[in-house]
Every structure is written in structure tokens, then in C-alpha cells.
Design a protein around this ligand. Sequence first.
Ligand SMILES: [Zn+2]
Length: 140
Amino acid sequence: MAHVSVPMYWRTIPQRYRLVGHRCRKCGKVNFPPKGVCKHCNVSSDFEEVPLSGRGRVHTFTLIGAGGAPPEFAEQEKAGGSYPVAIVELEEGPKIIGQMADVSPKDVKIGMPVRAEMRRIYREEGVIRYGFKFVPEEGA
Ligand SMILES: [Zn+2]
């Protein structure tokens, strides 16, 4: 999730607005974000698109504090101090990183059920950028 230019941003919209993985036709594992060659078997580049549910569990997390935050997090850091960023293992298998929302940093736990929601991430060059954040899955 490094800085991307505006044209690059628009090209990546399908991955940012819909969680779509690539299921490898050889080994059956799901790659997200999509790669040229399957990262699981390292041979196949034959994929089918699969929608991801966005549901998963916190695999690990960290608290982003003052300084050193990537640009998509810097605005929020200024506004709200430290906040949790989690690596979530989706139920389809891929692990993806995202900011946690709607939860106090002290309440984030490894293994907690979460789901991805589209949220405003930050604003730059007059463009509001959206991406997914993870929120606690209620009733799970
Ligand atoms: Zn594979």
C-alpha cells in the first residue's frame, strides 16, 4: 500500500473497491492481491477471479503511533493518535493488511472476527481515496 499516483490509483480500483482474489487453477489457493505467478505453487499463472467475502480473523496486528506512517495513514494519525493496523486472514485464505476501524486499540485481539468495509482512507490532490478497513464482525 505504498503511495500511488492518481492514474495508477484508478487502474487499481477493482482491487480496492471489490475484494477479488485470483484462485490458482493448479493448486486451488487464492492469491490476493493478484500476482503474475501463483505465490503458493510458484508455477501457475492460470487463475480464475473469485470474490472474497471480506470476512476473516485478525492474524496479527500492530499499533501505528507517531511518525513513520505511510501516507494513507498519516492524516488519521494526526487526527487520532495511534490506531491499530491488522493483518487479517480471510476465510478464503489470503492474508491482507488493513487499518482497523470502529474498535478501540485496546480491544483488538488476535483471532477476533472482522470484516472488510469500504471507508474513506485519506484525501490527496483533491481526491478522496477509499479503501477497505476492518471492523469487528458482530455476532460472530
Ligand atoms: Zn498455485
